[in-house]
Each structure stands twice: as C-alpha cells, then as structure tokens.
Design a protein around this ligand. Structure first.
Ligand code: SRM
Ligand code: SF4
Length: 586
C-alpha cells in the first residue's frame, strides 16, 4: 500500500482494515493486547517524529504553501490541522489549480477559563491572521481558521505570549480537559479546579519540540527522556476527559473516554465516580463503529484520582489498537476485551480492589445562561453564542461588542462545552451596562431566545472541515426557526428539547445523546436520530435515513404531535420517544 493511499484528502489517516475487518472480540484476563501485527501509518509517523518534531521547522521555511503528509500528522499534536477551503475546491480544480490550503489552530484551554487579557489576544490574532472570526468549540476552547502557513509560527507564538498553548489541542494524547464552567467560588469548586490542574499537569505532553519549533528554544539534549508517560508513540488515538459537578451534566460527561463526577461532602469534594469508555464517533459505512456512553466504574478519593487515571490511560496506551485507527478509541478496547478483563488489569496496576461507583442523579444540563449573583450583587453573565462563532455580521456586531465589553469590564471569560460564553467577576451595574451594549449591537440575550435555540449545537462542518459530507453550522439557523414554529404550534415551546446537528457521523456536536439529532450523510441529507435526552444520559436511535435538509422539521412532526398529545405529566420529549418506541412513527 502506498503512503498516499493511506492518508485521505482530509489529512486524516485512513485505517488498514485487517482481513477480519474488526478488532478482536475475545475477553478474559489472559487475552493478548488488541493489536494486529502491522502498525498503522500514523503509528510509524509518530515513532519517527522524534517526539513530535518531524521536519516541521524545515517545512516552515521551504517556500511551499502547504505541509507534506508526515508533518500534517505530527502538526495535529501541536494543535494544527491542515485544511482547505472546500467552497473553492471545485472551482480551483476546474482551473487546474491546487487547493486553497490554510491551517486550523486549536488552543488547549483547560476548563475553558481565560483572563480578559488572554481573550483579547485571541480576538486580536483572529483579526490579524484568522479571517476575523473566532470559534468556541464543544470542548471549551478556541479554534482559529484560515491561518496561512506563513503566519502559523507568529500565530502560535502570539497565543503563547498570552500563556496559552496549542500543544495537545489535537493528536493522539489527552485532549483539552473539560469541566463545568459555572464560576462558583467555593471550596468544592476550587477543589475540582485543583484536581483538573493536576490532571492537566499529569497528561500534558512534555516534549520540548513545541518550544523548539514555535518559540525558537534551544534543542534539548537527545538523551533526555522527554515523554516518560507517553513514550515515542503517544496514545493509539485521542483521549478525552471531563469533570462534572454532581447533578449537573452540562459537559456531557458520558461522551468522554474518562468522565469524572465530583461527589460533595459538606463544602468539599469527597471523591469522584470514574466513568470509562465514552465516545461519540462512528463511521456510517462501518457498522462495527458506534457511539458509546461511558460506564460508571468506580469511586476514588481525591488522593487516588491522578494515580487511577494514569493507570486507566496506561492500559489504553499499552493495549489500545495501534493498527486500525477506526477501532483505536478506548471504548473499543473495553468492549473487545471485556469489562472483567479491564477491571482485573486495572486492579493489578493499582494494587487494590476497586470501590464501586456511586449512584449518579442528574438534575440539569443547562449551559448557565443569564445573570446569577450573590447577596452582594456580584455575579456572572452567561451569553448564547450561535454555534460558538464569534464574528461581526452586518446586523450583529458580536465580535467587536464582546471585545469592547472585555476591554472595559475585564471579566474572567469561561468558554462552555455547549459553545457559549460566560463573563464572571461582574457587578450588577456592569451587568446592566453590558446587556445594554449587547442589545444595541443586535446581540440577543438568553432571556430573549427560545429553549430550542439555547439547547442547540452544530459542528463546524463546511467549508473548513475536511471530513464534512454536508453543511452544519451554516444551515442550523435555517432549521431552528422551523422547530420553534412547530413547537409553538403544539404548545411545547417551553420544553427543554435538545437539537444537535453535524456534517458527518463523527459526532463533534455530540449528536448521539441529543433528543433530536441531524447527522450529515451526504450533501444536503441527514440521518434523523430521536430518543436521546436533554440530560445527555441516553444514546438516541435512528428514526429516518437520508432526509433532505428542507424536510427535517416535517419528518419529525408526527412524533412532536404525538408527544404533545400523549405525554405523561412532566415527561420530556426524548423520554416519551423512548417509552412509546419509534417503530410506530417509522
Ligand atoms: Fe471533532 C475530527 C471539529 C469535538 C469527534 N473534529 C474533527 C476535525 C478535526 C476534522 C478532521 O479530523 O479533519 C474537525 C475540524 C473541523 C473544523 O474545520 O474546525 C473537528 N470536533 C470539532 C469541533 C471544533 C466541533 C465544534 O463545532 O465545536 C470540536 C473541537 C473540540 C475541541 O476543542 O477539542 C470537536 N469531535 C468533538 C467531539 C465532542 C467532544 O469531544 O465532546 C467529538 C465526539 C466525542 C468523541 O471524541 O468521541 C468529536 N472529531 C471527532 C471524530 C470522531 C472520533 C472517533 O472516535 O471516531 C473525528 C474524526 C477522527 O478523529 O478521525 C473528529
Ligand atoms: Fe467535521 Fe462536523 Fe464531522 Fe466533526 S462532525 S468531523 S466538524 S463534519
């Protein structure tokens, strides 16, 4: 197989599918690591990259407007994706020209927390290098799109000047760690923050390559062991962590490789229930791929947290599939080898038996919108940012207004896992002034928006995402009003119903836990999924396949009508779908 044929046009390494086509299914403590004899091309690239150096330094000055494939893979670890403007692809091809390449740069912002100064640096970089728009992601960080290769080094250096890194934004390592962004200043939240910091410290890549390439640091001596935990091939695949406060699932804790739920004892964190093996990604054409909710595994004290997570990630590092990337996520290892095998392996690494998990009860998944204050009039303001896109439009000057607000009021900024934004450290008077500014700029306050909108998310998709099969972020504004209208007609507009859309089945807006999801399958067509729930605790089911964009609302209409008519007291939309089953509507 040639090198080229193993890397698709999106820059995503495709998998060698073994003759069996799937990972091993045998379980048991003596089962061998789930590995085919042949390692995937990306594994070889990682191994040869000299701890993520590749030949990026040389490529930055080679005069070309794009990176070659090995560097494209290594760059992901540095938070950089090579993309091209897909709106221009056909035209350029016709003209016999190369694609319009540019870079997406993703920062790593643990828990989404930024100072006002850091926010302003991102705002400025996006104007100078990133086409004027900033994108809050579903994992509480910023992405910049459209960075030209020649501006990449300055972009990363500028981000670094604000004491933010892009190392770990992407790649086969522990990614940005999410936590509930609600800015509450009490001991419980401070302890959660300190545990998050400890995990970031534990799992952040240690290679000096980042400093050498982007910040012109001295090269380290070659015999220094740079990655004592990851080694030279890092993890088999991306690995995601999230920490939720008990009862509040705004971060979708079940969608993570490791989810942690902080149990409260008085004013402190007593410890965490650890959930394992969540993930949303699937490939429509490969039936053995699937979204999976993380399974509650064990309870740990705060003192045991880092050691336990290290052992769990270590098992994925040592046994995860390194030959078929489609099956390399932790969830497939767990399901292939079985939970009994996994528990035995974990107990043996920890040298103790696992304490059973606590019961988990969820009461909210709201994204902390609106004004919340203490008795002294100090508080925070949660704002709705449509699909996380911070840009100025002719009728809505969102970006410049947020910039002015941050400059003037110096709030702490919290990016949320539902692509929204919170300003904290405000007074009641600030709040009044800020809301007035937003309204003058044409920016709607959460109190003026429907629940449909506040619970909706869409992934980036076209024109930048190389894996998109259709639109998402750009068409969601056409879809939501139809649902608002329909829900109003049936008297359910005030029900919390989550609608999520993605441009392909990879699941970047976590569609598979939504009440209603539209998952892009081909240009203009979506699979409609129903019967998830707004609390993010259930995987939804396929209702209709390949529905055209214009038909999405009408397709769901019979179910909405039946729900309005037949629901039990307090029953939510997804729970109703689950109870009555989708068969009768199909
Ligand atoms: Fe994602 C790949 C965007 C959250 C599952 N994701 C991509 C890429 C990088 C496309 C690529 O590989 O070429 C997308 C870049 C689009 C662009 O132009 O910006 C992309 N993912 C995003 C973001 C920006 C969506 C958004 O609208 O906010 C989110 C960035 C998060 C971050 O800050 O790190 C984003 N991606 C997610 C999530 C949600 C989450 O983590 O909570 C998921 C599902 C959870 C999970 O990981 O299982 C997700 N992205 C994927 C997958 C499928 C992985 C799998 O297990 O199969 C891919 C494709 C891949 O990795 O091969 C992918
Ligand atoms: Fe791209 Fe959206 Fe698919 Fe993620 S879900 S890979 S952002 S189209």
């Amino acid at each position: 197989m040639s090198h080229k044929s193993e890397i698709d046009s999106a820059g995503e390494a495709t998998e060698r599918v073994s003759s069996k086509g799937t990972v091993a299914t045998a379980g048991g403590a003596d089962a061998p690591p789930v590995r085919s004899p042949e390692e995937s091309k990306v594994e070889t690239i990682k191994r040869n990259s000299r701890q993520l150096r590749g030949t990026i330094t040389e490529a930055l000055i080679d005069g070309s407007h794009k990176f070659e494939e090995d560097n494209v893979q290594v760059l992901k670890f540095h938070g950089v994706y090579q993309q091209d403007d897909r709106d221009l692809r056909a035209k350029l091809r016709k003209e016999g020209k190369d694609k319009a390449y540019s870079m997406m740069v993703r920062a790593r912002i643990p828990g989404g927390k930024l100072t006002a100064m850091q926010y302003l640096v991102f705002d400025q970089i996006s104007d100078v290098y990133g086409g004027g728009s900033l994108r809050i992601t579903t994992r509480q960080t910023f992405q910049l799109h459209g960075i030209l290769k020649g501006n990449l080094k300055s972009t990363i250096a500028d981000i670094h000047s604000a004491l933010v890194t892009t190392l770990g934004g992407c790649g086969d390592q522990v990614r940005n760690i999410n936590t509930c962004p609600e800015p509450v200043d009490d001991l419980y939240h401070r302890q959660m923050q300190s545990d998050l910091d400890a995990l970031v410290d534990r799992f952040g890549a240690k290679t000096n390559a980042y400093h050498e390439i982007w910040l012109d640091d001295e090269k380290v001596t070659p015999d220094v062991e740079e990655e004592p935990f990851y080694g030279e091939t890092y993890l088999p695949r991306k690995f995601k962590f999230a920490i939720a406060p008990e009862g509040d699932n705004c971060i979708d804790v079940y969608a993570n490789d490791i989810g942690l739920v902080a149990h409260r004892q008085g004013d402190k964190v007593e410890g965490y229930t650890v959930l394992v093996g969540g993930g949303m990604g699937r490939t429509a054409s490969v039936k053995e791929t699937y979204p999976r909710l993380a399974t509650p595994l064990m309870f740990v004290t705060r003192a045991e947290l880092v050691e336990t997570c290290t052992a769990i990630v270590g098992i994925q590092r040592d046994y995860g599939n390194r030959s078929e990337r489609r099956f390399a996520r932790f969830k497939y290892l767990l399901d292939a080898k079985g939970m009994d095998w996994f528990i035995a392996e974990l107990e043996s690494r920890l040298g103790r038996t696992l304490t059973p998990p606590r019961d988990l009860v969820w009461t909210s998944s709201d994204d902390h919108f609106g004004w919340h204050s203490d008795n002294h009039g100090h508080g925070y303001l949660g704002l709705y940012i449509p699909s996380g896109r911070i840009a100025d439009l002719p009728h809505r000057k969102l970006k410049s207004t947020l910039r002015d607000i941050v400059r003037e009021f110096s709030p702490t900024v919290h990016l949320t896992p539902q692509q929204n934004l919170i300003f904290s450290g405000l007074t009641e008077a600030d709040r009044v002034a800020i809301e007035a500014r937003l309204q003058t700029a044409g920016v709607a306050l959460p109190s003026e928006l429907s629940k449909v909108e506040l619970h909706a998310m869409a992934c980036v998709a076209l024109p930048t995402c190389g894996l998109a099969t259709t639109e998402s972020e750009r068409v969601l504004p056409q879809v939501l009003p139809k649902f608002e209208e329909m829900f109003a007609e049936f008297g359910i507009l005030d029900e919390p119903i989550s609608i999520r859309m993605t441009g392909c089945p990879n699941g970047c807006a976590r569609p598979y836990v939504a009440d209603i999801a539209f998952v892009g399958r081909s240009m203009g067509k979506y699979d409609v999924m129903l019967a998830g729930d707004v609390l993010g605790t259930r995987i939804n089911q396929l209702y209709r396949e390949l529905v055209p964009l214009e038909e999405l609302a009408n397709t769901v209409r019979p179910v909405v009508a039946a729900y309005a008519d037949e629901r039990q007291a307090g029953e939510r939309f997804g729970d109703y779908c689950e109870r009555v089953g989708l068969e009768r509507f199909r």
